[in-house]
Ligand binder design. Sequence first.
Ligand SMILES: Cc1ncc(C[n+]2csc(CCOP(=O)(O)OP(=O)(O)O)c2C)c(N)n1
Ligand SMILES: [Mg+2]
Length: 1022
Amino acid sequence: MHCLRTTVARLRPLTAAQTAQSLSQPRLLVVRRSLRTFQLARCLNTTLTAEPFLNGTSSNYVEEMYYAWLENPRNVHKSWDIFFRNVNAGAPPGVAYQSPPPISGTSQGLASVQALVGGQPNLEKLVKDHLAVQSLIRAYQVRGHHIAKLDPLNIGCVDFDDAPCAVGFQNVGLYGLAESDLDKVFRLPTTTFIGGNETSLPLREIIHRLETAYCQHIGVEFMFINDVEQCKWIRQKFETPGIMQFRLEEKRTLLFRMIRSTRFEEFLQRKWSAEKRFGLEGCESLIPALKTIIDWSSQSGVESVIMGMPHRGRLNVLANVIRKELDQIFCQFDSKLEAADEGSGDVKYHLGMYHKHRNRVSDRDITMSLMANPSHLEAVDPVVQGKTKAEQFYCGDTEGKRVMSILLHGDAAFSGQGIVYETFHLSDLPSYTTHGTIHVVVNNQIGFTTDPRMARSSPYPTDVARVVNAPIFHVNADDPEAVMYVCNVAAEWRNTFHKDVVVDLVCYRRNGHNEMDEPMFTQPLTYKLIKKQKGVLQQFAEKLITDGVVTTQEYEEEVARYDKICEEAYTRSKDEKILHIKHWLDSPWPGFFTPEGQPKSMSCLSTGISEEELCHIGNIAASVPMEDFTVHGGLSRILKSRANMVSQRVCDWALGEYMAFGSLLKDGIHVRLSGQDVERGTFSHRHHILHDQNVDKKICIPMNYISLDQAPYTVCNSSLSEYGVLGFELGFAMASPNSLVVWEAQFGDFNNTSQCIIDQFISSGQAKWVRHNGIVMLLPHGMEGMGPEHSSARPERFLQMCNDDPDVFPKLSEDFSMRQLYDCNWIIVNCSTPANIFHVLRRQILLPFRKPLIVFTPKSLLRHPEARSSFDDMLPGTHFKRIIPDVGPAAASPEKVKRVIFCSGKIYYELTRERKSRGMDNTVVVVRIEQLSPFPFDLVKAETDRYAKADLVWCQEEHKNQGYYYYVNPRLSTTINHTRPVWYAGRDPAAAPATGNKQTHLMELQRLLDKAFDLEAFAGKV
Ligand SMILES: Cc1ncc(C[n+]2csc(CCOP(=O)(O)OP(=O)(O)O)c2C)c(N)n1
Ligand SMILES: [Mg+2]
């Protein structure tokens, strides 16, 4: 049976000394809301250490007693009460202890204690034995989950070799206790709830209750949590005797939910036996698990639940949790279904869903959304979080009481994908928290064909959650009642502490990875066991019938009732001939589009604003609108220079951005800027948050002082994660079209660690899932001699993913530029002026539809004296310039022009400087293409027509295989109908984005400029 994972969970006791050691770690204990530090105990210990009967180990026990006594003197035995009173009164060593008074009262248990200690108590033995019992209790709390019966197959996929532990009757000797102690009564420490109303219990009963709490079908992993109250809360939820009991009605509901979950899969299997569906068989209790969480949360006031999940059981969740009509699901299996709208289909496993209904348990409305997700496992996690945060933000839910998220995971993906970790690290950050996510892991102990022992190095797939102190409830998914119980606790945990929690459904996968796969190829022995395993519904139904909760007839009737529902839906589904992907939207934007889903217009108002507004926002940007606020001297100078610019009616880059954000805020558009160090700006140019130099945490956000009825401005430094944070912002932008959501990379090249979000969501999201998104990515880019790692935002990659055809000159029309924007998959710009960044950011909101905007942003241009814009370029009537033609002397006499250099971005300033130094202002024009994609065919054509006889050169500072060349070149050629060559002046192809050597960098730059202005450079070449 070596193929089976045969690890026998061995439990090693925490020895008394270890317990004592862990107890003596400095920590904070909270008692009755007052903070009590360890210091106090240390003071006591100074006096205590001299007590003749105390040694290092027992003093820790006494310390625990002392805490309990402080809390309430009645918590400890009378003898301890007297002892502590005496110590506190300053009794000298040896005098504080007095023989205990005779034990009175009715408790028989206490009488046994007297029997234990005898007339002449041996205090040292008493202390040692109690300490041993305490160790034993703690061992159960810490590691009871190691021996809980979590695995329905009992193949033991969790390997605890490095942390075995032993408890149970047979192991009491390991704790220094004897079998003869089993019937002795011990006072229970305050760290356990197993006593219920009793404060002392015989050791045998103590062990029995601990086994019940920690070693059955639920394994509670929580003792790593650094919060005493939270640990106590969990202990109370699992240790209190008899706490896991359900009413008859609850059991029946649970059974009915199991019927739906199970029969749904069986129905699909019957009807479409040759179709993949990534069925839930082996983890059918996922459905009641989710429904329990939702019921509980709805009862506590949650109105909206946003979910993200992988393939496994998705259809079942859609049908039985989100409550999508069954016929709409069944018709997806019809290959002849025709698409009525755009979208690549992919409904069954990837499209999302949004549905509002009345929750029967709470009798309140609840909106459920399941987010569309790509195949890339776990990629949707941060997206769900972002959308949840946005919904909370828009409804003023600052504590996560109305909107919450649930994330589902597979065991292999949960431990394998780094994005899980990145998402966990957002969970407690002020601008990213969703106030607790409930994670549910379908832990079927396999990932496709790979065993856990080959898939992860941690014992559980859930260990990643420990980094944020999330409690983890492992549960045997073959026990629906245990599942329901932990789900209730998880929902209550979230509602109480607003922190993440994990439910680990330990289950199995009855079929192959999908229904077409043969699992016996790779897991033969496991699957022999699985074939023998009775289905969970059958097990549960038999149990409830035996217990008299339902009759066989009731059960069979319910099964037949649900089968009939499925059959009827199946019949209806055959009438469905057309697939409306719009019906599968996870985030509808009511009122934004026409009822047919079209933009309300095909025009965009001027993105300019009034002089008055420019001055007002500029002055805010130059001010510290808070009293008694000390700004840094250097920053004062920056603010002063902003004031100067305003008085001169010009903007630099930072001010241009300020004007865009400020004017949108003033119009009630929420702006959110997120990314690493964005508050100040990587290049120290932005300074959107001012910090008082004398008072800690005193900050000022001038952008929030623009007007009284403005929208709030959110600017937040993020965790050091691109994948997680970009995904989060994408999700945030999904919730509403009426906010400008901007993510900035520290340097543009770091965008590739979020490649999955870019590829799977941003560039293709609308095409796949008919979902618009107006997210803005700011990617600092430019060859400035900083070396290969900080130069390139990889424009070539973004451009390669553009959907416009390089070989077709489009039909020009009046609304050409708008149509082009509407048809594209994303907009890519490289602005060379502050006015243009101002306009393009504002355009994002003024457009009647939403498209992702990728902006290659400058570094040195931020402070370049020429990279300034006059207010004139930002006034009403002005627009974003897709290209900026040359307006110099050459443009006035086009017939004299020998060469037109097309370029994009900062190289423009290097080209014009070079042109001037060569005295070629009359012969060479430099045209800036600011909007690279969609390519401004119309405007470029106007330029090539105007300079009909000139050479055409594309000049870029990037290497030839990078930058824009391979995108622009064919489009330029198409524009001129291939009548002239388009020459290249730029760096040679290279593997790295830039040289690390400053001299080489300058030499390369000069070489490309030489080529750009050498009018003979291409002579004779074809
Ligand atoms: C990022 C990513 N890598 C690889 C895959 C291919 N893949 C699809 S399902 C799967 C196994 C997933 O196992 P698990 O997370 O345990 O879920 P299960 O199928 O067992 O429910 C793999 C490797 C994927 N979809 N996404
Ligand atoms: Mg799995």
